[in-house]
Structure formats: structure tokens, C-alpha cells
Design a protein around this ligand. Sequence first.
Ligand code: RB5
Length: 142
Amino acid sequence: MKVIIASDHGGVKLKRSVFEMLKAQGVDVTNFGPDTDESVDYPDYAQPVAEKVSDGEFDRAILICGTGIGMSISANKVKGIRCALVHDSFSAKAARQHNNSNVLAMGERVIGPGLANEIASLWLNTEYEGGRHERRVSKIEK
Ligand code: RB5
């Protein structure tokens, strides 16, 4: 599975932590930036990254800003993207099992690196259940 990760200035520290954890777990993860805390606009990262998932260049993406809200709103504007804003472990699993989310958004000002790493790991390793959820997910696509 090919994963891409990006942030804005408000999420750069948490992104670094999640990126290093995924690398250490052997995940094929690419950092789209930024790498400094200089102020940037989250749509400038969310949109191109979401497009890389929607066009199949990457399988999944993780987007981090201060709250995760701007990143999730922006990513969900891209066709084929189901971005879940997640700050707890239960939702990390449900966002895969029920919603087949292909982008995960989190907020650096909301949770710490321990929980963020657990959420990212759970989200990447949980399968979509399909079945009754398929009808609902396909309605989103329509
Ligand atoms: C940047 O200050 C902040 O607005 C951004 O990181 C994010 O929280 C937006 O949703």
C-alpha cells in the first residue's frame, strides 16, 4: 500500500511523528510537505494530495492541520475522496470498516502524538467490511 502524508504549518510536528512511526513500521509512505512551520494554506496541500489518491497514484493519504477540519473539508471536495476527520481509536476503525475512507485527517492542536500514531496505524490496518455499507458508500459516489 502506498501512502502519502501532508500537513500545513499547524500540523507539521504531528505529521513528522506519524511519518517516522509509519516508516519504522515499514509502510511505503511519502511526505508531500511542508517541512517547516512557515505559514501555508491547507487547501494547497489537501487538494493535490487528495487528487493523487483519486487518480490512483497513492492508495491512501493522511492530512494534518491544526484541527484537521480545513484539511478534511478541502479533501472531500475532490471526487472519489472519502476523508474522515478522526480523533479517537473507535472512529479510526469505523472510518475504514463502515465508510471505506481513503483519506484520514487529524488535528495537531487536538490530540498528541501517541494517540495520533495509534489512530494512523489502526486506520491503515483495518479493512472495509463492504456488505450493507456498500449501498451507502456508493450513494456518496453518486
Ligand atoms: C491554521 O492556523 C489553522 O487554521 C489550520 O491549521 C487548521 O486548523 C484549519 O482547519
